[in-house]
Ligand binder design. Structure first.
Ligand code: BGC
Ligand code: BGC
Length: 649
């Protein structure tokens, strides 16, 4: 194993944003922060460093302790009600802010939430495609508009802070968070990630930055999470410092330049040292060399994973440069331990004041430290779930679809035909949305959890009925099945971090039914269009061979009707939308491969980044090898080695 201390050090770039050139505003902000800091007791200072999870904290606790922040974790909502209304969110946010105002220090509280593809914890919000789809669309203007729309929805619930964008550069597709990354190409991650950040926060060069239409965003997770050995979530990123900089930090560099004020520390280790305990990465690299002047928030109990005495892990993490601790449940215990450490000087005044000052500075930039800071209840109501959001979602989906194969120009389809839609995935909104949707893993969701959502099937029905054709739906092909064309919809079931890790990429190893359906259709002479819902490239050579046309739909979210917009011509027989999506990850055509092909030294083993057909191109697609060498092989140990329910120290 590489010894970090012995590795050659690289020089990290200084990342200035337009924010730092507004010296007058900054001087005012710093004055405000200094003044507040001076008046705070050590108890009040330590309280600012704590972020408690909604399920374990009441407004009363905020009134009493004056904590700096709360979050709602994945799937956590007001009154533990998945269908909590916007008013429920709004009222609760108001209660928390009122309590913060009434606490001794009176400092407004930051509420953070994972709005990673729209405001995804909130019933009735429009769910946008996951980042992997946006990477395929590769349109920064679109991504910025998605960020702005998400910010509006988040503000509608009285929340000011979002844990997005994810700037991971996933390298091993077995990783269950691959879909949270835009691309394997650091440049694409940097460009789209900073566009998302600007959409969420506003342009730092303008007055819209952090105004009442924008939220505070998070550059996450710093750094190296996409490079863990075997794609194991929270594992060890074994890479050189130069790769850490040039590949894995590129998104963060762009985000800092675009005005990121919060960075979330990554769960993973870098060469055997947990980032949450790395003074080198957090203090020397991020704060000193890169010049980051916002605050670092830990990931979910991330500090608790440091080696050594669990009692002091939170203290060591703060001393390594983490400013705010995200605590799953035992926030009182963590508060007591940090307070004690501050009293006895285990956390010295310089570090304590630096951490609190950073948090207050972001609050001040957000306008929270001025007397005219408004409670959520006095802000104007916006447009959660509006038509314009749904239209935006449809645009994003249309642009993200990637056509891998189109033999004999089967697509686009005419609407005056008999179409059979095959497979329950065609009706499964939860599957369309994937992880981080209403629940943490995206599991246990039903179709009626998504009012106003459109399934892929109903989108197809819409265009066909307008065009005079006929649609039928079947779960499985049988002797009666008859149609001009079959559309088989299939793919991965929802998953998120940890649970979504795999030890092979072969899709049919996990679910052989879609392939069997395609073969049955082949035998009946019915042409097959395959639509694949997935959060990552999978090895699908058999399915590619068994279909005439193949489209990767990624995890499109609630507006699945957009897919029919592209697949079908209009009733006058003209193409409405051509495909523009391109692979932002190389796609393995060899079942033994699980990682990206950055150097393209095996060109025949992958469909390369940039691949994607249009209706203009008539490309013949050769039969692919169906030898599945991954069958039965476990390329590594148990698929999930993270520690989600990590005992509190
Ligand atoms: C929470 C998530 C969190 C995860 C980490 C879940 O119970 O809902 O937000 O990321 O735990 O352990
Ligand atoms: C995830 C973060 C997320 C946090 C809060 C963690 O488990 O790694 O991405 O923001 O939980 O839900």
């Amino acid at each position: 194993m590489t010894d970090v201390a012995l590795m050659e050090r690289v020089v990290w770039p200084r990342c200035k944003s337009a924010l730092s050139t507004n010296t007058r505003r900054l001087a005012e902000i710093n004055k405000l922060v200094e003044a507040r800091l001076k008046d705070l007791s050590v108890e009040q200072k330590v309280a600012q460093l704590i972020q408690a999870e909604l399920a374990s904290v009441e407004p009363e606790d905020i009134r009493r302790f004056g904590l700096g922040s709360i979050l709602n974790g994945g799937g956590v909502s007001p009154n533990a009600n998945k269908r909590a209304s916007i008013e429920d969110w709004w009222n609760l946010a108001n209660e928390f802010q009122t309590a913060a105002r009434e606490s001794e220090a009176g400092i407004p509280i930051f509420w953070g939430t994972d709005a990673v593809h729209g405001h995804n914890n909130v019933f009735s919000a429009t769910i946008f495609p996951h980042n992997i789809a946006l990477g395929a669309a590769n349109d920064s203007d679109l991504v910025e508009r998605l960020g702005a729309a998400t910010a509006r929805d988040v503000l509608d619930t009285g929340i000011d802070w979002v844990f997005a964008p994810t700037l991971a550069v996933p390298c091993d597709y077995r990783w269950g968070r691959t879909y949270e990354g835009y691309s394997q190409e650091p440049e694409i991650v940097a460009r789209l990630g900073s566009a998302m950040l600007c959409g969420l926060q506003g342009d730092p060069a303008s007055t819209e930055f952090f105004d009442e239409n924008h939220v505070v965003a998070t550059s996450k997770h710093f750094v190296g999470e996409g490079s863990t050995l075997d794609g194991i979530d929270q594992g060890d990123a074994l890479c050189s410092e130069i790769d850490l900089l040039n590949i894995h930090a590129l998104g963060h560099i762009a985000a800092l330049k675009a005005g990121a004020q919060v960075v979330m520390a990554a769960f993973n280790s870098w060469n055997n040292e947990k980032v949450h305990g790395s003074w080198y990465l957090l203090q020397e690299v991020l704060k000193d060399q890169m010049g980051f002047d916002g605050f670092v928030v830990s990931d979910w109990d991330g500090f608790a994973q440091l080696d050594g005495d669990p009692e002091t892990a939170c203290i060591r993490s703060i001393n390594a440069g983490v400013d705010m601790l995200m605590v799953s449940s035992d926030w009182r215990g963590v508060y007591e331990r940090v307070l004690n450490a501050a009293r006895i000087g285990e956390i010295d005044d310089v570090r304590l004041n630096d951490a609190v000052g950073r948090i207050l500075r972001v609050k001040a930039l957000r306008g929270m430290l001025t007397p005219n800071w408004r409670l959520p209840s006095t802000r104007s109501k916006q447009t959660l779930g509006s038509n314009s959001k749904r239209e935006l979602a449809r645009e994003a989906i249309r642009k993200s679809l990637v056509m891998l194969k189109n033999s004999n120009g089967l697509l686009p389809l005419e609407t005056k035909k008999r179409i059979v839609v095959v497979g329950k995935s065609a009706r499964d909104i939860a599957q369309q949305c994937g992880g981080w949707t209403l629940t943490w893993q995206g599991t246990n969701n039903e179709t009626d959890d998504f009012p106003d959502a459109v399934s892929i099937e109903s989108g197809i029905r819409g265009v066909i009925s307008a065009g005079g054709g006929v649609v039928s739906f079947i779960d499985e092909v049988d002797d009666e099945t008859d149609a001009d064309t079959a559309i088989v919809v299939f793919g991965e079931e929802p998953y998120a971090e940890g649970e979504g890790d795999l030890n092979h990429l072969s899709f049919s190893q996990d679910d052989s039914l879609p392939l069997a359906q395609m073969k049955a259709l082949n035998a009946r002479g019915i042409p097959v269009v395959a639509l694949f819902l997935t959060g990552r490239p999978r090895w699908i050579n058999p399915e590619l061979n068994a279909s005439d046309a193949f489209v990767v739909c990624w995890l499109p979210g609630t507006q699945g009707g957009a897919i029919a917009d592209v697949l079908f011509k209009d009733s006058a027989n003209t193409v409405r939308y051509d495909f523009t999506g391109r692979l932002a990850f190389s796609w393995p055509l060899d079942s033994s491969l699980t990682c990206i092909d950055r150097d393209s030294n095996q060109p025949d083993s992958y469909l390369p980044v940039g691949y994607g057909l249009t209706y203009e191109e008539k490309v013949s697609f050769e039969q692919l090898s169906e030898t599945d060498v991954s069958m039965g092989t476990s390329l590594r140990g148990p698929s999930f080695q993270g520690s989600y329910n990590y005992p509190n120290p």
